[in-house]
Design a protein around this ligand. Structure first.
Ligand code: ADP
Ligand code: MG
Length: 385
């Protein structure tokens, strides 16, 4: 998979930008604040979700200086070689809907799509950003998000599952809270319906995560050159049920535990079951250490290992190599690892977009990559030096 053309309009610091891509590797260099990550973020909007910054759609639009007219309509468009062919993708804000919420519109080959899932069926993008280095030392929700992103490339329906799970869960909590706090009786039939969706989607979410981890572990366990081998696991009540009994029985148990916790949900009782409570663990195999206890550099190397293993597995199973966005990739990565990463990217044949402040980190890619130098939102292609 690859982007052949990328155009931005009113996107972050770019009023307008057009890049034509011929090489498999694209290097973006320039000082802090130049506009490098913004380009990666634009690409991350070519798949479902809120992009690599998990941004509010309104914040993405160019904020013009010295004017009170806040532009709301940003757009990213691209010519994409994806699954099954080459497509023209377009995305941006559709319209302002009531309550001040913005919606993302998606067009493929000029046709307005219903929802974003068709993007994920045609294109897969994986990213690593400096923010993700805190992943192993934060709460479990960001690790779950990382894992879910790994699942998307294999199972584009996963994004929709998560969305409807979250929506039903929120609605259920609201009903129960209104009953507990305001004395407004919750309709038991409606709770049944919501809990059915929670159970069906919840079990499917856990099963998809476990299935991916099982398939990814052999690849992660090998390590790649100087990148460490990793062992992944998803741990939770639902996951252990799924390992012990057929999925329908796990669904029954989950359903009855939700039903029992209707009265208890305002207190903490009855919590702890569901994909929203699962833990995603990563272990550094040769150190026999959980990732949370590894050094910053080791954690970054583990993340690179996992992302590369995931890319390789996608190319085997889906016969398509995802696009990789590697933000500030050279930082905290020593020279040997950097060289190994570049050679692995070459072997994979992946389209990889990399950023860095120091252009000298990338000189060995001369002849193999674009080198876009960015300064104050101005992008110039220059030779590697
Ligand atoms: N909505 C926006 N409108 C205009 N500029 C923005 C917007 N959002 C972010 N920026 C600016 O974009 C600049 C470049 O950001 P970024 O791409 O993250 O830089 P870097 O090159 O360090 O990765 C920053 O100076 C930031 O203030
Ligand atoms: Mg940046």
């Amino acid at each position: 998979m690859a982007i052949r053309r990328l155009s931005l309009s009113n996107f972050r610091c770019y009023s307008s930008l057009r890049l034509t891509i011929e090489f498999p590797i694209i290097v973006l260099t320039g000082p802090n604040g130049a506009g490098k990550t913004n380009i990666l973020e634009a690409i991350s909007f070519l798949v479902p979700g809120r992009g690599l910054r998990a941004a509010n759609l309104g914040d993405v639009a160019l904020t013009a200086r010295n004017t009170h007219n806040h532009i709301k309509n940003w757009a990213v468009s691209a010519t994409v070689a994806g699954c099954g062919g080459t497509y023209e993708f377009g995305t941006g804000i559709s319209q302002e809907i009531p309550m001040g919420r913005l919606k993302r519109a998606v067009k493929i080959d000029g046709q307005l799509m219903k929802g974003q899932s068709s993007l994920g069926e045609k294109l897969s993008v994986l990213w690593l950003t400096p923010d993700m280095q805190r992943l192993f030392n934060e709460g479990p929700s960001s690790r779950r998000r990382f894992l879910d992103r790994l699942v998307f490339g294999f199972d584009p329906a996963h994004a929709g599952r998560l969305k409807s799970f979250d929506k039903s869960l929120r609605e259920r909590s609201l009903l129960i809270q209104n009953e507990a706090v305001l004395g407004k009786k919750a309709d038991p039939d409606w709770l049944d319906i919501l809990e059915n969706t929670i159970v069906e989607k919840g079990v499917a979410i856990s099963a998809a995560r476990v299935a991916l981890v099982d398939r990814l572990n052999p690849a992660c366990g090998m390590g790649i050159g100087p990148f460490p081998s990793a062992s992944l696991s998803v741990v939770g009540v639902l996951e252990s049920w799924l390992s012990e009994m057929p999925a329908v029985e796990a669904e029954d148990l989950y359903r009855s535990s939700l039903k029992k916790s209707r009265k208890l949900a305002s207190t903490n009782l009855g919590k702890g079951i569901g994909p929203n409570y699962s833990e995603f663990f990563v272990e550094h195999i040769s150190k026999e250490m959980p990732a949370s206890q590894c050094s910053t550099g080791e954690q970054k190397a583990l993340l690179i290992s996992i992302v590369l293993a995931n890319a390789r597995l996608q190319s085997l199973e889906r016969n398509a190599m995802p696009i990789l966005l590697l933000d500030e990739i050279a930082a905290h990565v020593d020279e040997a690892r950097r060289a190994a990463l570049f050679s692995e990217l070459g072997d994979l044949g992946a389209q990889a977009w990399m950023t860095g402040a120091d252009p000298s980190f990338f000189t060995q890619l001369s002849g193999l990559a674009h080198n876009f130098s960015i300064n104050n939102s101005k992008v110039t292609e220059i030779p590697f030096t």
